[in-house]
Structures are given as structure tokens and as C-alpha cells.
Write a protein that binds this ligand. Structure first.
Ligand SMILES: NC(=O)c1ccc[n+]([C@@H]2O[C@H](COP(=O)([O-])OP(=O)(O)OC[C@H]3O[C@@H](n4cnc5c(N)ncnc54)[C@H](OP(=O)(O)O)[C@@H]3O)[C@@H](O)[C@H]2O)c1
Length: 208
């Protein structure tokens, strides 16, 4: 049985991932801070088949939760309510809001959380445009970074379902998905991404 996906944030990224997950046959709960009919309309149009529910219902009912809200809003999330779930952190600091030297994420080093970094290095419209069935040649790769192997494996299976070749890396390599990293905004096939990872490991060894 595939895990139920919860999504916090019914904006551009949240609804794009919801749509891909529903298309893949996943059950999706989505929730947003805004309680207005526009959100309902957006969700029922872009991500038909997902269910818009209050945040606490989504938290309780989801095995994997995608955080698709602004980085600067992470402090608003009741992280204690998420200790049972695998968390996908797709948030990127925004220069205009968080500055050139953003404050540390509240997820970082927080005990009891199982955090996987992924779905942050491609734009939402690229996720929709590049998603392809399993086995498609030159399928777009999406990196999945965490030191929690079971959590990483579950999220890799989700990424595969969404339409991408997952490339698993350890938590130390999560910088590669960031805005100054080699994957950010780039459409890469699995082999190209793996070559970049190997090159970075070789460079690491050279500096020792
Ligand atoms: N857009 C992309 O292509 C893309 C790609 C990769 C990663 N990301 C990352 O994904 C995150 C979302 O980006 P986005 O472009 O989807 O933003 P967006 O379109 O502005 O959507 C964010 C949504 O989250 C809601 N929200 C804010 N705080 C919340 C909270 N505490 N609880 C529940 N909902 C909340 C917002 O409601 P209000 O508008 O009322 O605040 C809004 O509906 C960002 O961290 C971004 O860096 C975006």
C-alpha cells in the first residue's frame, strides 16, 4: 500500500505536486493557511482528486508530508505534530524576504523529525512539464537527500511515482540541491546527476 501524501501549502508547488501524485494514483490531502473559496477553486481545478482539509487533519492522516510553504513561514508549523511522518522539505529561502544570509531553518537538527530534502531544485512548471512514466529514456532526475535511509527510500518511491528518476544522496550532499548547487534549475538525466555527484566527491577527496 502506498503512503498517503499530505501537502502543506496549496500554492504553485503544492498544487503541482498534488496533481502529479493524484495522477499517479496516490491519495493526497492538502491544506493551506488561507480559508477562502479561491483556494478551494484552485485545488479542485489544478489538483482535482486531492482533498482540501484543515492542517491538523492533514498532519494526522498523512504518512509523508510535503512542506510547500515559504521558508520564512516554517516557524509557524507545529513540528511536534509531524513526528510520526516523513517530512519533505522543499522550501528555499527567498533573497528578497530572507536576505543573502538566511536564518537557519527550524527543521535543521530538530530531534524526532525525519526530514528529506527534495523537490526544491526544479520549478513547479518544470515538474509538470518534465514528468514522465517510469522507464522513459532520459527521464528527468530529482535528487532525494537524507541520512534517514527508510525515509529517503519512501520519498524516492514517491518521486518515481510523480514522474522522475530519484537519485538518492546522503544529507551531507543536500547542498547540491540548493540555489548555489549544481542541480538547481537544471534538467538532468540520472546519469548526468550521478556524474556530478561523483565529480564533487572526487573534488572533496582532493581537498583532504
Ligand atoms: N514555485 C516553485 O517553482 C518552487 C519550486 C521548488 C520549491 N519551491 C518552494 O516551495 C515553497 C512554496 O513555494 P510556492 O511558489 O508554491 O509558493 P506560493 O505559491 O506562494 O504558495 C505557498 C502557499 O502556502 C501558504 N502558506 C503560507 N504559510 C502557511 C502555513 N503556515 N500553513 C499553511 N499554508 C501556508 C500560502 O498562503 P498565503 O499566500 O495566504 O500566505 C500559499 O498558499 C517555497 O518555500 C519555495 O521556495 C517553490
Amino acid at each position: 500500500m502506498s503512503e498517503r501524501l499530505g501537502i502543506l501549502g496549496a500554492g504553485k508547488l503544492g498544487t503541482a505536486v498534488a496533481r502529479l501524485a493524484v495522477d499517479a494514483g496516490r491519495e493526497v490531502l492538502i491544506s493551506d493557511a488561507r480559508d477562502d473559496p479561491m483556494v478551494e477553486l484552485v485545488v479542485s481545478t489544478i489538483a482535482a482528486g486531492s482533498r482540501l482539509v484543515p492542517a491538523d487533519e492533514m498532519f494526522q492522516g498523512s504518512d509523508i508530508v510535503l512542506l510547500a510553504i515559504p521558508y520564512s513561514h516554517l516557524g509557524q508549523v507545529d513540528l511536534g505534530a509531524l513526528e510520526h511522518a516523513v517530512l519533505i522539505d522543499a522550501t528555499n529561502p527567498w533573497l528578497e524576504v530572507d536576505g543573502a544570509d538566511p536564518p537557519e531553518s527550524p527543521l535543521r537538527g530538530r530531534r524526532g523529525l525525519r526530514v528529506v530534502r527534495t523537490l526544491n531544485h526544479l520549478a513547479y512548471e518544470d515538474l509538470i512539464a518534465y514528468a514522465e512514466p517510469k522507464g522513459a529514456p532520459f527521464r528527468t532526475a530529482v535528487a532525494v537527500a537524507s541520512d534517514d535511509l527508510a525515509a529517503r527510500r519512501a520519498v524516492a518511491a514517491l518521486v518515481d511515482d510523480l514522474g522522475f528518476d530519484p537519485v538518492e544522496v546522503d544529507g551531507r550532499s543536500a547542498w547540491m540541491l540548493e540555489s548555489n548547487g549544481p542541480f538547481f534549475g537544471r534538467r538532468l538525466a540520472r546519469e548526468e546527476m550521478s556524474a556530478l555527484i561523483s565529480a564533487s566527491r572526487r573534488a572533496d577527496r582532493l581537498t583532504w
